[in-house]
Write a protein that binds this ligand. Sequence first.
Ligand code: AHR
Length: 503
Amino acid sequence: MARKTKLIVDRDFQIGEIDKRVYSSFIEHLGRAVYNGIYQPGHPSADEQGFRRDVIDLVKDLGVTQVRYPGGNFVSNFRWEDSVGPKENRKPMLDLAWRTYEPNTFGINEFSKWSAKAGTDIMMAVNLGTRGTEEALALLEYCNMDTESYWADLRRRHGDEKPYGIKLWCLGNEMDGPWQMGHKEAKEYGRLAAETAKAMKTMDHSIQTVVCGSASRTMPTFGKWEYQVLNEAYDYVDYVSLHQYWSNRAGDTEDFFAGSDDLDDFLHSVISICDAVKAEKNSKKTVNLSFDEWNVWYHSNAADDKAMEEQPWRRHPHLLEDIYTFEDAIMDGLALIKFLQHADRVKIACLAQLVNVIAPIMTEDDGKAWRQTIFWPFWLVSHYGRGTALVPVLKGDDHPTSRHDHVSDVEAVAVMNEEEDRLVIFAANRCVQDPVEFTADIRGFEGYRVLDFEALESDDLKAVNSEAGEVVKPMKRSDAVLDAGVLTTMLRPASFVTIVLGK
Ligand code: AHR
C-alpha cells in the first residue's frame, strides 16, 4: 500500500512570526573561512579591500541575514585589540583552538566592511575564556560607542568614524566544553556572564546578549548547565545558545534523518528549562533560543585531528572542509523545518559555518567559488520562509529506525506571508526507499493556486557537488494539483520540497 501523509494548516492557527535572524550563519577564524575564503587579496575576484566578490555574491544569493563572528572556539583565546588598526602594527598570534597561526590581518575593522558589502548584520562574540568583563567592555565601546572615550576614539583613529552598531553579543562560546580555553563550571560561568552582560547593557542599552548553553545535547552536564547558568544570568540575557552537529557515521540514512526528532526533544528541553527558571524567578521576561551552531559535520574529522596534531601552526590550512552529500542537504532541510516549527522560541539560528569550513560555500584558492549541496535547503527556506509559521497538523504513516521507534515519514511546516498573499509549504520525505503521497488541506486560503514547486531530489544519496559541477540543486516540478483547497503531490524518497501558493 502506498504510504500517505496529510498536512492540515489553517491561517488562524499560528506558531509565530519568523525572525529573519533564523537565517544567520557563522564565520570563525578557522581554516580557510576568513583567509582564502571571504578575504583573499590578489585573487582575481578580490575587490580593493581584498574581499572575494564571487563569495559575496554567493552569500547574498544564499539569503544570509546575519553572521556570527569571530568564533567559535577561536574566540576563547582571542585578543581583539591585536587585530585592529594599521596592519603593520598588528600582532600575529597562535590560535590554541585550532593550533593555527593567526596573522591578524583581518579583524573587526575588515569584518564590519565585509558585512556591509554582504548585506549581513554582525553577531559578535566576546572572549570569556582567557579574558573577561573588562575586555568585553573595551570591545563594545570600540564597536558601538560614539563617545569621546579611549576605545571609541581609537576606532575613529583607525578610520571608522561611525560606530558599527552591533546589536547582538554572545557571552563567550561553549564554556562547558573541557576543550574550551578558559572552560568554566556552570556557576562560575553564570556569574561571569551575568556581570559581563550587566556591564555591557549599562554601556549600551540597545544590545541583546546570548548566554552559552551546553556545547551539545550530549554533554554530560546538559540540562543542569542551562539551569544553573540561567539561574545566575537570567535577568541580563535575552537568549540561551544551542549547538548541534549531525553525522551519518553509521551509514544509516533513515536513522540520520530521524535526528530531526532528537532536535525536537532538544528544543523542547531547553525551552522547558528557560521557562522553569522564569517561573522560579517570577519573571515577566522570556528567554528565547539562539541555535547559533547547527549543521552536518563529520566527513573531515579524522583528517583534521591528524593535521592539527602533526602539522600545527600553519596559515589558513584546509580544516573542517566537509564535502557534503545529497543526504546531508536533506538533513539540513529537516533542521530548518524544525526551527520554523518552533518559530515562537527559536529567534536566531546560524548555519555553521559559511565559507570553506563545514560550509555551503567553497572556494578554490586559484579558482572560483561554488555551492555545496547544503547551500540549497538554506536557500529555499531563507527565500521563501518569511512571514508567520503556521501550526502543521500532520497525519500519516511512520516507520521505525535503528534508534527510534516511530519516525513520521514526512516532516513539514507552512509559512503564511500576508503582505505578499502567499502560503509556502516546506516538506521532507524521511523514507529512503518509499515515495509518499502527500496532501495538504490549506483551509482558509481560497483562490490560491500553485505558483512554484521546487524539489531537491536525487537517486544517489551520496551525490556531491564540486567546482566542476553542481549536480545537486533544486529542480522545478509542475505536478502538484490543488483542488477544492486540497493540494496533492508525490514526495520522492529522501527528498525536500518547497511549494509556493498564492493568487
Ligand atoms: O564550528 C566549529 C566549532 O564547533 C566551533 O568553533 C565550536 O564552537 C564548535 O564546537
